[in-house]
Design a protein around this ligand. Structure first.
Ligand code: HEC
Length: 154
């Protein structure tokens, strides 16, 4: 059981962490790509829109910011114009829903809202000092977690 004291302590520590980000970047201080966003994209999207050309769909890469922007999937500053958002917001039985129903992945409303806020704040992919090489170990891990009962339809 948590004592109230140690919980408060933990919260205070968590609040200290974004301070360093605030100093470094004028926007997006609260949402951190590698901590908050990359795991969501990696877990739900990169299998079909990531580094692996074998599984890549619609010629769309979401792991490279420029590619995602060029494709219109992400419009920095404007979630309502970003196709990733409109796709994720479709009804659960809609055939254009992303991630597709057949992938057995779903995003919660909170997760989609987080992605929207990240786009609204400029959709930065990482902090300037923390370049993340790709594919990251995280991608490799989440790739392995895929149950491949999903077949390519072409
Ligand atoms: C299991 C594979 C798979 C996964 C996982 C997946 N997609 Fe897709 N995606 C597709 C396929 C297939 C298409 C092309 C058919 C279509 O447009 O619906 C597509 C198309 C798209 C498009 C339109 C691209 C274009 O230029 O037409 C967007 C945007 C997109 N996906 C976003 C996402 C996002 C965001 C996620 C994760 C939340 C995701 N997808 C996860 C298979 C996948």
């Amino acid at each position: 059981m948590f004592s109230l004291h140690s919980q408060t302590r933990a919260k205070q520590l968590c609040k200290l962490w974004p301070l360093s980000l605030t100093l470094a970047s004028p926007v997006g201080a609260e949402i951190d790509f590698s901590r908050d966003i990359q795991p969501l994209l990696s877990e739900n999207c990169y299998f079909c829109h990531g580094t692996d050309p074998e599984h890549r769909e619609a010629d769309l890469r979401l792991d490279i910011r420029d590619d995602a922007i060029e494709a219109g999937a992400i419009v920095p500053g404007d979630p309502s114009k970003s196709e990733i958002v409109s796709r994720m917001r479709l009804a659960p039985d809609h055939e254009d829903l992303m991630p597709p129903k057949s992938s057995h992945r779903t995003l919660t409303d909170d997760q989609i809202t987080l992605l929207e806020n990240w786009i609204r704040e400029g959709a930065e992919y990482s902090d300037h000092w923390a370049f993340t090489p790709s594919p990251s170990p995280l991608d490799a891990l989440s790739m392995k977690s895929w149950s491949i009962d999903w077949k390519k339809e072409d």
